[in-house]
Design a protein around this ligand. Structure first.
Ligand SMILES: [Fe+2]
Length: 173
């Protein structure tokens, strides 16, 4: 059974967005690859983001406390990702969120303590994701487009190519 090929990133929630962005980019000597009022992506290597942060208003702290939102692991491709999705589903472990982020196709899970983990594959090269993250399409929607992994798996099993499965749904909408 496949394991991830790498640890990809951590995403933090914070009520001190600007201060945190300055701290993390300064400490890691990381570039801000994208930032708006509520989300920022930082990296220090060829990965499109190594740290991201989400601004959580103080009044929402009861709903989304400051701290780690999720960690992310990357699989080599959709063969491994879909095999993992199906293996976990048989064990009753199902994602609470499935989304195409543009640069990655991702399924989010909660562990028994409620920690959130993103299991993803890269949908684009790192260079193309960097370009995408500077595009108006990304600025208009830096979160992504919801998908259904059962639908994607069925399409893949019907013979659709990995490239087509990984295409951003917006491009065909
Ligand atoms: Fe993520």
């Amino acid at each position: 059974m496949p394991s991830p090929i790498k640890f990809a990133h951590v995403v933090l929630r914070t009520a001190r967005f600007d201060e945190m962005l300055e701290w993390w980019s300064g400490v890691l000597e990381a570039d801000v690859r994208f930032a708006n009022d509520f989300i920022a992506f930082l990296s220090f290597d060829d990965e499109h983001h190594r740290v991201a942060m989400i601004s959580v208003p103080v009044e929402d702290q009861e709903l989304g406390r400051s701290g780690v939102d999720h960690v992310a692991y990357t699989y080599a491709g959709i063969d491994d990702q879909f095999e993992t999705y199906q293996r976990l589903k048989l064990q009753g472990i199902e994602p609470y969120w499935m989304i195409h982020h543009g640069g990655t196709l991702s399924a989010y899970y909660r562990d028994p303590d409620g920690n959130q983990v993103e299991l993803q594959v890269d949908a684009l090269t790192m260079e193309d994701t960097d370009t995408f993250m500077r595009s108006p399409v990304f600025a208009a929607n830096p979160i992504g487009i919801p998908v259904d992994f059962d639908d994607l798996v069925a399409r893949y099993e019907d013979g659709e190519s990995e490239e087509s499965i990984l295409a951003y749904p917006l491009a065909t909408a």
